[in-house]
Each structure stands twice: as C-alpha cells, then as structure tokens.
Design a protein around this ligand. Structure first.
Ligand SMILES: *Cc1c(COP(=O)(O)O)cnc(C)c1O
Length: 379
C-alpha cells in the first residue's frame, strides 16, 4: 500500500467534497437548475478574479483560453509584445505566430522577472502595439512578475494587457480591475482546485473594443458568442456540466476561507518551502521574485534531477515536478498550490530529504522539515 500526494503545479489535489459532487447524476444544462449553478459560479469567479468584468468559461485546458485570447483580440498582421521568461511566455509567442500575428518578444533570462521598465521602453520604441502578453506566475521557472507595475504602464497606452494567471490565480495577489489587467486567463486544475478541463478569461471594456474589431478566425472559442450566451446565464455549446458543478463547490470553499486567507496560506507554505530547501543546502532557482504557487529549486551538483523526481514519486508516493525544456534535470519544482496545507508540504519536504539522501546527497535528515516547521509555527 502506498498513499499518494500531489504537489505538482497542475493538476493539483481536489478536495473530497468537490469530488463528491462530481459523482452525482448528470443534469441537463438548459434548465433552471443548471442556470442557478452557473450564475453562482459566475459570481464566484468574479470574486476570485477580483473583477467586475465578465468571466467567460470554456471547456478546454488553460492553453485553450490562451489561444482564445489571441484569436479574439487580434487581426492578421497585428503587432504584440510577448514577455518570454519561461515556457509559458514562449507559448504566447508560439500561439501568436500560429495565428499570423507579428510577435515582438521581450526575452527575459529564465529565473528572473521581467523589468516593467523594459515593457515601457519597448512600447515607446515599437509603437502600434495592440496587446502585451505576460504571465503572473511563470510556472516553469517559479517566478512571479510585477503585474501591478506592468498594468500601470499599459493602462496609459492603446495596447491591452493580457495576463496568463493559470497557475497564479488564487495563489498570488492579482487585482484584475485595480491593476488594469484587461484579459486574465485561468485554468481549472491549479488554484481553483478542480480537475483539468475548464478555462476562463475575463475581458475588460478596453479589450471588448478590440474583440469587436478582431478578424482572426475563431468559432468554438468566440468571445462574442460566449458573452451573448453568458448574458442569459447560458453557454453557446454543451458545457462541461460536472466540472461547473465541481467549480461551484470549490468556489464556495474559497469564499468561506476568504481570498485574503487563501493568499496568506500560499505565502506561508511558500516561505516554509524556501526555508526548507535552503536549510538542506540547496539553492532557489528564482530567488529574486519567487512565486507562492511553486518553488523551483536547483538540482545540486552530482545529483540526477530526473531520478530525484522519479524516486520521490515511485518510492514515496510524492509527485512533484521536474524542470521543463532547457531546465529538464536541472531544477525540481514543489508546488504548494490550491488544496494544499501544512502537512502536505511537510510530507513533500520529508520525502525530498529521504530521496536526496538515497541518491547520495549529504543531507541532515530532518533539517528541511525543521526549518519548514519553524516558519509554519509563526502562522
Ligand atoms: C499550467 C499552465 C499553463 C498550461 O495550462 P494547460 O491547462 O496545461 O493548458 C499555462 N500557463 C501557465 C502559467 C501554467 O501554469
């Protein structure tokens, strides 16, 4: 017998009460019963997104909503700025290229946040930029970007600001309206604590103006179609009914805990994770602007990073994430995202110590756990 623990930056663990509602018999979506659920979900999403704008819901993984943002805001040949400081920033560039958009990249060293001033300069230099694409938490590197400062800059321009908050939403502060974020993209299997399969986009008035002019092709992912249905608390197509029902339960849980407390919990767990790995003599990959959703850690010299992740999963039942792309084998990532609490993290740190020790890294067993406990005791 082996118990399993999921500390990956998506999918994340689903609370039992959320799993339970997904086991109920399916209901039809063109009914008052479903509409009541969807209405509550829409209110809950606005609460978590901290916005008065509509939040559109699609049946796809998060990337679907990233693609939808491009397809719905832009027209062929439009120019956009894309912050590329990791795998998910790159994805926005790849999507733009696939759609025939002219991408002006802002390349940021992996592990560092983007300097907002660089965006300001680029906007001035390039001119005629329709949209700025960036990421709240760059999950591949464990970096958080300063969206507030970027919002302040983009607000004054014609361009709209699009933020991939797929892993950041519900883990780190993101005041969509107060910070002038025009489009926020999110997914279901991260901070929202439900299985993969739903994606979300909030759209500001400034962004709707672009949407109405956009000429890139789209059909299923049309914002205008989604909005027309949303006005009637409906969907243009069959929604992922069981996931929407799960989301109502998860959002109720989030409201009960309160956004501020949720963010506080993520901050506390992240501080504990950082303290633990440092106590084990390891180095953070993104010490300058570490995300509270996921902690990226350098694999120490002489240790096989892939074996470490595998060992933790197979021997101890603890799933964390390795590095992606050029960081494969070079870093590992412990997520403390969504339905994760004190002892989930303690378990992960303990398994990390044991796996490191087994792979021949000199570690004082318990040193990481001790450091984490000291942080967590302070509350
Ligand atoms: C997970 C993630 C994505 C991709 O989402 P999928 O649901 O796998 O399509 C995109 N951006 C960020 C920042 C993520 O963490």
């Amino acid at each position: 017998m082996q118990k399993r623990y999921l500390l990956a930056p998506g999918p994340t663990p689903v609370p039992p009460e959320v799993l339970a509602v997904m086991a109920q018999p399916i209901i039809h979506h063109r009914t008052p019963e479903y509409r009541e659920i969807f209405a509550e979900v829409n209110d809950g999403l606005k609460y978590v997104f901290q916005t008065k704008n509509d939040v559109l819901t699609f049946a796809s993984s998060g990337t679907g909503a990233m693609e939808a943002a491009t397809a719905n805001l832009l027209s062929p040949g439009d120019r956009v700025l894309v912050v590329e400081g990791g795998k998910f920033g790159e994805r926005f560039r790849e999507i733009g290229e696939a759609y025939g958009v002219e991408v002006v990249p802002i390349v940021v060293e992996w592990g560092k946040p983007v300097e907002p001033e660089v965006i300001k300069q680029k906007l001035k230099e390039e001119g005629n930029i329709k949209a700025v694409f960036t990421t709240l938490c760059e999950t591949s590197t464990g970096v958080v970007n300063d969206i507030k400062a970027i919002g302040e800059i983009v607000k004054a321009e014609e361009a709209v600001l699009v933020v991939d908050a797929i892993s950041g939403l519900g883990a780190m502060e993101l005041r969509s309206d107060d910070w002038n974020v025009d489009v926020v993209v999110a997914g279901s299997q991260k901070g929202l604590m439900i299985p993969p399969g739903l994606a979300f986009v909030s759209v500001s008035e400034k962004a709707w103006n672009l949407v109405r002019e956009s000429k890139l092709p789209k059909y299923y992912f049309s914002f205008l179609k989604a909005k027309e249905s949303l006005n009637k608390t409906d969907h243009p197509f069959t929604p992922a009914i069981s996931l929407v029902i799960a989301l109502r339960e998860a959002l109720r849980k989030m409201k009960k805990e309160g956004l501020e407390n949720i963010l506080g919990r993520h901050a506390r767990l992240a501080r504990a994770a950082r303290a633990a790995v440092i106590a084990l003599g390891l180095k953070l990959f993104a010490p300058q602007a570490p995300s509270n959703a996921v902690t990226a850690v350098k694999v120490p010299e002489g240790i096989d990073g892939l074996a470490l992740v595998k060992n933790m999963r197979e021997k101890y039942g603890v799933t964390i994430a390795g590095g992606q792309s050029q960081l494969k084998g070079k870093i590992f990532r412990i997520a403390h995202l969504g339905y994760v609490d004190t002892f989930d993290l303690i378990v992960a740190i303990s398994a990390l110590e044991m796996a490191l020790s087994e792979l021949g890294y000199k570690v004082e067993l318990g040193a990481g756990v001790k450091a984490a406990e000291e942080v967590l005791l302070k509350r």
